[in-house]
Design a protein around this ligand. Sequence first.
Ligand code: URA
Length: 431
Amino acid sequence: MNPVELIIRKRDGGELTSAEMKQFINDYINGDIDSSQMTALLMAIYFKGMTKSETRDLTEVYIDSGSRITFPADMPTVDKHSTGGVGDKISLMLAPIVAACGIPVPMISGRGLGHTGGTLDKLEAIPGFRTDFSQQEFMQFVNTSGLAIISQNEKLVPADRLIYALRDTTGTVESLPLITASIMGKKIAEGARNLVIDLKVGSGAFMTSLQRARQLGELLASTGEGFGQKVKVVYTNMNSPLGYYCGNALETREAIDYLKGEAAPDIDILTRRLAAEMLLLSGAFPDLNSASEKVDKVIKDGSALHKFAEMIQQQKGDVRVIDDPAIMPNAPCDLPVTASSSGWIKAIESRQIGYALVSIGAGRKTLNAKLDMAAGAWLPYKIGSKITAGELLGKVYCQNKTAGEAAVNRIKNAYEISAEKIEDQKLILLP
Ligand code: URA
């Protein structure tokens, strides 16, 4: 195989065979093709796209680059994937809720990406909590407690680990076939038989229009189904930051409070719906109503909170966090964000809020940057909320006052306030 020929064929809109993609990617992993040629191919895919069957083949090449986990055939494993947002801590509550309902959740999760937060980073705000377990340990956790949330390791879809890092620095992230191979490669290799995708749409998401989100959703679902996985896509609104808090320790605290019964309305709606969809997809419940009743029960009787504590213990975290969230890092400064005018919140540039949080250390500016687990913000208002000039719109929690003030300004400018009444937005867009 001549890599240049493949690059040129894709650049000119042609198709690649499975064998060609396999060789190209394996040669890249082994160092026989360098990152300039890999980047050229990624950019050609970015501009020319791929057919459905090429996308499926690319996903298979990704999966086959490492090992694949399989759970017993009678184990109805289910996972959820969110395409990423601001304040999206739903997995932290969802995984223990679903596991407490008796359905195993093997979750290989991600870190913050661009302006979005990551589940692993949030969990690692708990002192001692580890996500770097082997596949054997992962399987053992799922078999014994019914859940585990760990990071991708060098054995699981190594092609994605290497290519993802390259995409992140070469402007080739937002390509539907590349996103599909990356997400579905991991979600199939981790052994989840059923998958609910929370496809986020709006100013804080990677997909800003429902039309493009649907293209991605359809490609993700058809690819998963091609590998025998049952996939359900739920399209949700990501225009307002989710919940009341953003930032790693703050969101983990909010998740614990949720499981104790203190729920912000938006995360309550999303968590309950996604949990019920997961239970339904697993085949253990006949309809959404009965699944929702079970979800309600495990939240109210404390068994979901108990499951969360069990996961913390199994993953070597300090379980005292459940009763005393203050053992997680706390920020020395909190700075007010005030409303510049009176009226109703018409729009929120949530991506700008995400970038403001990255600037104070809640996310990464470079691949190996160290996070400030305490950094974040309290932002309780949503599109449609009424606010008065000078009133607190939120607070920024940070180490450094100068960086914090810059984040305050960026967040303040992210809110558009209208003198006319604005309606609340629908949270679940489809179905
Ligand atoms: N999440 C992933 O895991 N991969 C992508 O390409 C985008 C989001």
